[in-house]
Design a protein around this ligand. Sequence first.
Ligand code: PMP
Length: 447
Amino acid sequence: FTNRTLEAREMGGKVFQRNFKAVMPRVVKGEGIYLYDEEGKRYLDGCSGALISNLGHGVPEIIDAITEQLKTIEFAHTSRWRSAALEEAAEEVASIAPEGLDYVWFVSGGSEAVESAIKLARQYFVERDGVSTSKALVVARWNSYHGSTIGTMAVGGSIPRRRIYSPLFKEYPKIVAHYCYRCPFGKKYPQCGITCAHQLEDIIKNIGSQYISAFIAEPMVGSAIGALVPPDEYWPIVREICDRYDILLIADEVMTGFGRTGANFCVNHWNVIPDIIATAKGMAAGYIPTGGIIIRNEIAETVRNGSGAFVHGHTYNGNPVSGAATAAVIRYMKKHDLVTNARLQGEKLGRGLKEIEASNPIVGDVRGRGLMWGVELVMDKESKKPFPKSKGAAALAMKECLDRGIVIYPGGGMVDGIDGDNFLIGPPLVITAEQVDELLNKLEEGL
Ligand code: PMP
């Protein structure tokens, strides 16, 4: 970098930076799946920002839809106005959502979506059973990330991001997730009998289902530990347990939703229908802050026919510009069949990553589905010994890749005391076969 850009970067202006110490290029332009810094260097966005820019940058149809909406009505408070933009967006979302989930509550991002889901689960039981109901707790999983707000940290398990804030919240009950590469029970699939899924029943029995409103989990664990794919039996077992104990199932599809894993929603892979889907990221593909929850009809109608009002809301939620963006994104996805592209290019990407795993001494595990892949780095493949935390192996891999013009997404690591280094690969769903090759070649060099 030149002195000029170094200086500019060191200063960072008056922005209270997310990381004052990180040396980061300054982005000036995005085009398709590429980003450009101020020195004209091109980067292939191998992680779609944070698995958000699903359509790539600068798509005219989305920009036009947003611009038209801005010219028509840019804001209308949802406590006083309905809007055509939101109604159209909800139609589009419902058209790709699992059967029986036809209602959409719109927010501005993933953490707000998860907060909304937790609160709606509680309110549903209050509406259904009366205000004296004790159903309130949400069971979650340690190997997870559900957001950065105080409420979502309480259900999340990303230790590094929670550590100093834990005095601010009440801990929610948690089980472990399906981390087959390092099974927390020391078992092997399929002899394991999917112990991790059955642990849900143990914790419900311990606490008492009368105190529990919901179980929340990511269908594939994302940023916390790097694209953990569950065994096929996992989600059907979880669904059955939730049904048996009258507990709502919340799927956190903030990262996996909207085609990312090669299906409209990740739960589709196992034909499981959750009660509430929390989503964001791909919903407006990074063009404007957007998120939402997609709600099972009976839950929505219980509130509608009961008190009639969700006791929750933010000023910006349901803004019509986010609605216009969401509708345009879904139409674009349908028109270009991006879910199929995610599946096909994802298969190619997965094959390439598996080849890297076979030949590279520090790649311990590669897992994923569609265009969401996790790579776990180890010092020794045989013993699966992780790198010491001080090495920051995933962060180093990111830097080496950035130098070579590709962006990857280092994961949280240190989940539930496990010192794993991992990163996510999740390019935009519009990626071509040639671009997958470019990504794989540069990644291999970087590693
Ligand atoms: N849930 C999951 C599964 C996520 O991946 C994220 C973001 N990485 C969130 C929730 C929080 O979303 P946001 O950052 O938009 O608040």
